[in-house]
Design a protein around this ligand. Structure first.
Ligand SMILES: [Zn+2]
Length: 497
């Protein structure tokens, strides 16, 4: 009996052991996942390698699914993902009237501070959503896109503590990505790289209003233009080459530098350029040193987006212990700069007489060369400094619309336009539908008017009238046999002679 009981116990033991073991494994996995998540968030002030960077973005997207979306805009030369975290209420697509903003970092692989700033910023915005009124309002009303690394390949070659070399600056194909965009003066010097193509597609796809490109190596905000015509470059002297919106760029650049505790002092005191000074902590790109194929100039020339370049500090790859001081120095400036999409200039919708959005209408400011175009929802944003402006909206086949507007500081100025279709030039000379040779046709012509635009009805009618006219000419010759007979007689007389 005893023996039997022992045998039974021996038989039971393995199954209990297995059960306990399985339970332990499940608990370990659950606890482990929780631990992993806890280890990732909140974002640590450390240098995240490419895998860790992606894990942070995934963790943020998983923890805050209602206000985030993680997506890739393409791949690097070596095939690494170029990951963007979108932060906004109801993410996933453009909402009419909600401005689009972007930050791009780590374009030069060895300039890594911006990369960590964007991870900390993403965490800050997500974790404070619903708790902090300012952050909640910003996330509710803005679609924010963060690309922490545009050059993950270059990052792999860079080294912590390397403040000034170019090791890791280029992509894996040896190209400087901030010299790789099509340039109005120098064209395309190097073949477009996959990272550049991905960003170009991205910025043409989304209607970005405002942007900044985060770099390192000194402490200053640099604004367009970065490049200038060859004849000015040859002069050998530094030339301030301003864009038509120089006043706006100076204003938004100062918003960043003044919100930074030391940048606005304009004396970075970097070991390489100890004497370098930037009044108010800002500089025109060409006046500093001209570059060809830069991203900020491309944004301005080719899209609606205004972009500046932020140099966040003297050391390109500082030791990790400096990350928190960098974050505290830049946090307010990073947030204030995003808020500019709501407080600078004018915004609104352009619609037709029936209230339908007009895509691609040109927003023209009198005496200012840069034109902005409406997005597919008819919405637009035009950054402007406070002042009085005359705004003209133009679109083919519509009459221009003009308004005088006063832009006041720190208040969103909404200006909507309704465009009226032009009457076709030869409209009055056309016969009314009832006068067509075939009355049945006239009835058919009237029918489409209920569900197609007036213009398309007229065009359709024109085609029918033209088609009706051509056979008449041949018919008129056929109906006059006397003309043909006279012609044959003349030929016969000539031959007989
Ligand atoms: Zn750089």
């Amino acid at each position: 009996m005893r023996q039997t009981r022992v045998q039974e116990m021996e038989c039971e033991l393995p199954s209990t052991k297995w059960r306990t073991l399985w339970l332990a494994i499940v608990l370990h996995l659950l606890y482990g996942v929780q631990q992993t998540q806890c280890n990732i968030l909140p974002v640590k002030p450390t240098h995240h390698n490419n895998t860790a960077l992606h894990q942070v973005l995934e963790a943020l997207a998983a923890t805050y699914p209602n206000i985030t979306r993680l997506y890739s805009i393409g791949k690097s030369y070596q095939g690494k993902g170029l990951w963007v975290l979108e932060i906004t209420k109801n993410p996933g697509m453009h909402t009419p009237g909600k401005p689009e903003f972007k930050y791009v970092a780590n374009m030069h692989g060895n300039e890594v501070v911006g990369r960590e700033m964007l991870l900390l910023l993403a965490d800050y915005l997500c974790s404070n959503y619903g708790r902090n009124e300012r952050v909640t309002k910003l996330v509710d009303t803005t679609r924010i896109h963060l690309l922490p690394s545009m050059n993950p390949d270059g990052w792999e070659s860079s080294k912590e503590g390397d403040c000034s070399s170019v090791r890791g600056r280029f992509n894996a194909n040896g190209v400087d990505l901030n010299r790789n965009f099509p340039d109005p003066y120098d064209g395309q010097r190097n073949e477009l790289q996959p990272e550049t193509k991905a960003v170009m597609n991205w910025i043409h796809q989304e209607p970005f209003v405002l942007s900044a490109n985060l770099h390192g190596g000194t402490l200053v905000v640099n604004y367009p233009f970065d490049n200038l015509p060859v004849e000015l470059k040859r002069s050998g002297t530094r030339v301030y080459y301003s864009s038509p919106d120089d006043d706006i760029f100076v204003t938004i650049a100062k918003v960043y530098s003044l919100a930074h505790p030391t940048m606005h002092k304009g004396h970075p005191q970097c070991p390489i350029q100890r004497r370098e000074r930037f009044p108010d902590g800002i500089t025109n790109g060409a006046a500093w040193y001209p570059i060809s194929g830069g991203m900020q100039d491309y944004n301005y020339y080719k899209t609606n987006c205004f972009e500046i370049t932020l140099e966040l500090g003297c050391c390109k790859y500082p030791p990790a212990l400096y990350i928190m001081p960098y974050w505290y120095a830049n946090r307010e400036a990073l947030i204030k700069y995003i808020e500019l999409v709501h407080t600078t200039g004018i915004r609104g919708f352009v619609v037709d007489e029936k209230g339908r959005p007009i895509d691609g209408a040109r927003i023209v400011i009198e005496n200012r060369a840069k034109k902005i175009k409406t997005y597919k929802d008819g919405d637009y944003w035009r950054l402007l400094v406070p002042g009085n402006y005359t705004i003209r909206v133009a679109k083919r086949r519509y009459k221009n619309s003009k308004k005088k507007v006063t832009v006041v500081p720190d208040v969103p100025t909404v200006v909507n336009f309704t465009l009226v279709r032009r009457r076709p030039k030869n409209f009055n000379r056309r016969r009314p539908a009832a006068m067509t040779s075939n009355p049945a046709e006239a009835v058919q012509l009237e029918k489409p008017a209920s569900n197609v635009s007036f213009h398309s009805v007229v065009t359709h009618r024109d085609k029918l009238q033209l088609a009706a006219k051509s056979p008449k000419k041949s018919a008129s010759i056929a109906r006059n046999p006397s003309i043909a007979a006279s012609f044959i007689c003349l030929v016969l007389v000539a031959v007989l002679k």
